[in-house]
Design a protein around this ligand. Sequence first.
Ligand code: FPP
Length: 265
Amino acid sequence: MARADLLSWIPEGHPDEMLVGQVNFDRLPEHIAIIMDGNGRWAAQRHLPRVEGHRAGIDAVRDTVETAARLGIKVLTLYAFSIENWKRPATEISTLMMLLKRYLRSELKTLLTNNIRFLVIGRMDDLADDIQDELRAAMVRTANDSGMLFNIALNYGGRAEIVDAARRAIEAGIRPEDLDEQRFASFLYTAGQPDPDLLIRTSGEMRVSNYLLWQIAYTEIYVTETLWPDFRRRHLLEAVVAYQKRERRYGGITIDPRLRSSQAR
Ligand code: FPP
């Protein structure tokens, strides 16, 4: 179903068809998180203002959201604005917010058509009222969608999320002896969601940048040199294929079958 859905969207003979052929649809990552990086460098390479990189980044967002949904990914989380991003020039921040608003207005129909549920994770209350209204409207309109969950991390910080969760746990009157990892996770913004299986970072930087710190404990990290505005369906498929070649051990070991038989003896 997901394979057919994805292939129906790719023109016949397009090289991406071959990549789809390499994907194992029985072993898809359930949750993909992405650090969209390199917008500024993309713009600088073209002697354009930084905000043009963000503007171009919207096309990458559109393509990635639709690819992930058609591929059959359950959760996609994009890092759109961190708590640290407030340090940027005011004009860059206001452009980012304007782009976000415009994206939501123009893409709501696509989200609904593709049965995508939209959710904001982060300290949303600190954003401007008009942005909050737009975000809430999108969350309400897509609340009953049962397909992919699209989280957008906005005014988000991993440490802030952990602090917010601790505050909520205390407010809920949890006794220290009743708190364990599972219970704690139920106070995070991502409560009830699977942890990311795959974290993609564009533009070659080797950092996690305060992103989903609790949730990425065992996540596979994939870094591509591609700058975010150039990121397209092909790059997402390449990341999934690379992920599927990895061996996940969650702190355990993989026993070589030959050793296993000699141990049995
Ligand atoms: C990092 O590039 C990118 C961001 C801080 C913002 C990402 C936002 C968008 C792509 C647009 C809005 C998003 C949505 C979901 C509608 P950078 O500016 O740090 O790049 P640099 O490291 O090359 O300077």
